[in-house]
Each structure stands twice: as structure tokens, then as C-alpha cells.
Write a protein that binds this ligand. Structure first.
Ligand code: HEC
Length: 150
């Protein structure tokens, strides 16, 4: 247990460290304090796609279009808030049964860098799908999708 907590803390430190360093990258983020993801970095996106296919596609469908688990590239997240930090936390700690979930934690079996790559891939794929009209744009359609609790 101590091991898990330590692992999670180092994950958070890494995430916020990268958020700080990365504040000059023009990537994807949901608000000023969200972790900015370098969605234009093709190498990082490809690495995320690789991890996604190995660890996530089984439940979330190829390219995250949904399956046993919800769509992760439709711009809608019902179990976590729609920020990069929240999504990464969900992947790291899972969704416990007492929160109505059944997805396990990946924070102990995937390096933090891989989780960041996976979310970068999800955001790049989400943008591509919205742009191509494959999925309706949830951000344009409803203003409240952009409002986050303080
Ligand atoms: C064993 C099946 C399974 C695997 C493997 C799995 N998930 Fe999930 N995931 C689910 C299910 C089912 C849910 C819906 C909530 C629940 O029941 O826990 C979910 C929910 C989520 C959510 C919250 C979505 C929302 O709408 O807020 C995220 C983010 C997520 N998964 C990401 C991932 C990523 C990234 C991976 C790979 C590292 C992954 N999951 C692997 C089954 C899985």
C-alpha cells in the first residue's frame, strides 16, 4: 500500500513538473492550470497509440471508440471531469467499485510517461474525430461542457 501511495505521489510530482516545464508548449489543455499535452508531437502520439492498443483497446475499442468501456475519443467523460489531469488520475488510480466503477488502476503497471502518452494520443484522436465530423463537437454544442468547478 505504501508502495502504491509513493508511486502515485511520484506520478503527481512528475505530472505537475511536466505541467510547469510544458507551460510554454502550445498543446492541448482544458484550462490555464491543466496539464498541457503536446498533441502535435507525432512520436508521442504514436507511443500513446501503442500503449493504448496494448492496455486499453480490449475494453475501450480500437482508437478508443468505445466497447465494454466508454468512448475515450468523443470529447465526453462522465466518470471524471474533462481535464487532462483528471483523466490521467482516473487511469492511474482506476474507478473503484464504490464509485460505480469496474476499471482497475494502471498507475502501478504503467510508467507515468506512458500514461501521459496515452492521454496525448486520446486528445489527438479526439480532435481528429471532431474535425472530421465523425463525432459531434461537444465543446461547440454545449457551452457548459467548458465550465469546471474551482
Ligand atoms: C477491463 C476493461 C478495461 C480496461 C483494460 C481499461 N478500461 Fe478504462 N474503463 C473501463 C470501464 C468499464 C469504464 C467505465 C467505468 C467503470 O465501470 O469503471 C472505464 C472508464 C475509463 C475512463 C473514464 C471515462 C469517463 O467517461 O470519464 C477513462 C479515462 C479510462 N477508462 C481510460 C482507460 C485507459 C487509458 C486504459 C488503458 C490504460 C483503460 N481505461 C483500460 C474498462 C476498462
Amino acid at each position: 500500500m505504501i508502495f502504491c501511495v509513493k508511486r502515485f505521489l511520484s506520478f503527481l510530482i512528475l505530472v505537475f513538473g511536466i505541467a510547469f516545464i510544458g507551460s510554454s508548449i502550445a498543446g492541448h489543455k482544458m484550462h490555464d492550470n491543466d496539464l498541457e499535452l503536446d498533441v502535435d508531437n507525432a512520436e508521442l502520439v504514436a507511443e500513446g497509440k501503442y500503449w493504448f492498443a496494448r492496455r486499453c483497446a480490449f475494453c475501450h475499442g480500437g482508437d478508443g471508440i468505445g466497447g465494454k468501456g466508454p468512448c475515450l475519443t468523443c470529447g465526453k467523460f462522465t466518470y471524471s471531469a474533462n481535464t487532462n489531469i483528471d483523466i490521467m488520475t482516473t487511469i492511474s488510480v482506476g474507478i473503484p467499485l464504490n464509485r460505480g466503477g469496474s476499471m482497475g488502476a494502471f498507475g502501478t503497471s504503467m510508467p507515468a510517461e506512458a500514461i501521459i502518452a496515452v492521454v496525448t494520443f486520446m486528445r489527438a484522436e479526439e480532435a481528429r474525430r471532431i474535425k472530421s465530423g465523425e463525432v459531434p463537437d461537444p465543446y461547440g454544442a454545449q457551452e457548459e461542457a467548458m465550465v469546471f468547478p474551482e
